[in-house]
Design a protein around this ligand. Sequence first.
Ligand code: PLP
Length: 392
Amino acid sequence: MKINSNFDLLVPNYLFADVARKTNEFAAANPDKEIIRLGIGDVTLPIAPIVVASMKKGCEDLRHKETFKGYPEYEGYDFVREAVSGYYKSYGVKVGADEIFISDGAKSDCGNLGDIFSQDNTVLVTDPVYPVYVDANLMAGRKIIYAAATQENHFLAMPDENVKADIIYLCSPGNPTGAAYSAEQLKIWVDYANKNGAVIIYDAAYEAFIKDESPRSIFCIEGARTCAIELCSLSKTAGFTGTRCGYTVIPKELERDGHNLHSMWYRRQATKFNGVSWPVQCAAAEVFSAEGQNQIKENLDYYSGNAKIIASALDELGIYYTGGKNSPYIWLKCPNGMGSWEFFDYLLQNAAVVGTPGEGFGENGKGFFRLTSFGDRDKTIEAVERIKNLLK
Ligand code: PLP
C-alpha cells in the first residue's frame, strides 16, 4: 500500500514547540521571574452561566426516556439553525436557517470543505495566514498560491486580476494579523470570485470582536451568495474552544461546474459527520438568546479591553501594528528592525513576556510579532508596563 505522499509536502511547524521550549528554558534559568504569556490563542474565561445552564438541561434530557436524544440531524437541530439565522438577521444579513450547517467548529470545516472540490483546483491564501488552510489543502494535493499581506496594504491582501485562483480563503478579522476588511475591499474580492468562477471560503471566526462598520459576514456584500461559503465558530465568541461548536453557511444558489454546493456539502456531511451532541447544541442556541448575547458580551468586552490596553501602549511607543481594535490579536512590527525570533528572545530575556513570532505564519510574517488579548487583565497590564519600560 501507499500512504498519502502529500504529507511529505507539509513543512514541519515547530513554532509553538519552539516557543514552549525557549519559555521553559528561560523559566528554569530564572525561577524568580514571573513570565507573562501574551501568545496564547485559547480563551481563558469560563462559559456564560446561562449557556452552561442550557448545556446542563441538555444533559438532563439525556437521562430520561421521554426526552432522550440519539443521533442528531447531520445539519444540526432546527432551533439552533433558526437561532443562528436570527443572529445574522440582527445585523441585517439574510441567511436562511436551511442554509446553515451546525459543525463541531470552524477548523474541521476549513479542511473538510475540500471534499466537495477537485484536487486540481488552485487555492489562494494570504501570507501571513492561519496555517490550517495551507496544510489541509497540501494534504489534499492542491496547489497553493499566496496573496501578499504586508505593511503596504495594512495586512489586507487584495486580488490580482492576473492571477487565477479557484478556492480563496479569507479570514476577517484575521488571524494572525487582526486586520479586518472593509465592505469596499470585500466587494472587490466578491467581484473577482464571481468573475473567475472561484469560491471564497470566508472564515468569520472572530466576527464577534468587530466594533466598527467592518462587515461581520461576507454575506453583507452584494454578490457573495453566488461565490461564498462562510465558516463561523463559537470558540472565541462564547468560550467553546473545548466544547466544540460552530456553523457553516452555504447559500442555496451557490453552484459551480453544474453542481449545487449546498447539496454536495449535505451529502458529504451525511456520509462523514454524525452531528454535534444535544447538550452542546442546546448550549449553542442559548448563546444567541437575548440574555446569552448579554452574558457573552462581558467576556468579549474583557478581551477587547485587553487588546485596547496593548494597542494603546504601541500607539504611545509609535510602533506600527494591525488589529487590536476589531480583533483579539495585535500584530506588530518588531522594533529597531529586529527579526521575529530576535524580538521574541529580546522580550523574553528582558521583560519575561512571551508572544508569537510572526514568521511562523508565513514569509511576510518575518519581522512581525503577534500578541493576544486572551489573558488575564492584571497580567496584560503588567506585561504592557514591562514592554513600555523596555522599548521607550
Ligand atoms: N479559524 C481561525 C482563523 C482560527 O484562528 C481558529 C482558531 O484559532 C479557528 C478557525 C478554529 O476554530 P474552532 O475552534 O471553531 O475549530
